[in-house]
Design a protein around this ligand. Structure first.
Ligand SMILES: [Mg+2]
Length: 265
């Protein structure tokens, strides 16, 4: 994962911006209270909103789980329903035109839900705890996503994975995806992970061996370009929980899955 901006970082940035605005307002207006600032949404209330959205509750093992009847689950169900209808139609059209249809899925919080990690660490990010969490290979599915992967496969659509997870995390990702029932095309020709030590030549514009400067959009859109231009597929749909999974083209349609718990630019 590319350094996500979680809550602590957001709070710090807001505090700095707020202080600067307050200072300016107070100096020009000569008032003891600012009247021209926009107070950010309260962070404690935001956490409660997120809990409500996911229906977050600890299970018997103390693992935070999302509820299958939560607003989050309902949002996913409506996205999945629309995506199935579209995939069915787009796959037929593509085959009719002699194209090879493909779909692309992000992994973190598109297929594997990290809610337990986010809640446990109060929506902050730490590379060591994150790596340990991913390596447990025990994340639950994002509701409906493994079924959507299998649906695309059944419709004759080639499934690819496009993830910011590192090469070192490949075996854990494969194990976890198998565990949640997304057991389709989990080979290195279909699962693209971030290989900073030996980046592929199609990323040479922003990555050379040992030097990685690709933004998430450059990496992910560059990978989709490779799938279309070099491998000859037509990406009919691209699924991700971050806009940086979806920006940059090389997909006929994009599907943004909900994730209010962190931001990856
Ligand atoms: Mg993601």
């Amino acid at each position: 994962m590319q350094k996500p901006l979680r809550l602590a970082a957001v709070a710090a940035a807001c505090a700095v911006a707020g202080a600067a605005l307050y200072g300016a307002g107070a100096a020009t207006a000569g008032q003891s209270t600012a009247n021209s600032t926009h107070e950010p949404y309260n962070i404690g209330l935001l956490v409660k909103d997120i809990d409500t959205y996911y229906g977050t509750a600890a299970d018997a093992a103390g693992v935070y789980q999302a509820s299958p009847t939560s607003p989050y689950a309902k949002d996913l169900a409506s996205i999945d329903k629309a995506a199935r209808k579209y995939i069915d139609q787009a796959a037929r059209k593509a085959v009719h035109k002699g194209e090879k249809p493909a779909v692309v899925f992000d992994i973190d919080d598109t297929l594997l839900l990290s809610l337990d990690y986010e809640k446990r660490y109060n929506y902050t990010y730490n590379s060591a705890t994150w790596a340990a969490y991913v390596n447990k290979a025990d994340r639950p599915a994002v509701f409906g996503s493994p079924e959507l992967v299998r649906y695309a496969e059944e419709k004759g659509v080639e499934v690819f994975y496009n993830s910011g997870l590192a090469e070192a995390q490949r075996s854990a990702a494969v194990e976890n995806l198998k565990k949640v029932g997304a057991d389709i095309n989990l080979d290195a020709d279909h699962m693209f992970l971030k290989n900073a030590a030996a980046p592929p030549s199609y990323l040479s514009g922003c990555a050379t061996p040992g030097t990685w400067t690709c933004t998430t959009v450059q990496y992910k859109s560059g990978t989709r370009k490779h799938i279309e231009r070099d491998l000859g597929y037509e990406i009919i749909a691209n699924f991700g929980d971050q806009y940086s999974d979806l920006d940059g083209g090389y997909a006929d349609r994009t599907y943004k899955l909900p994730n209010p718990t962190y931001y990856v630019g």
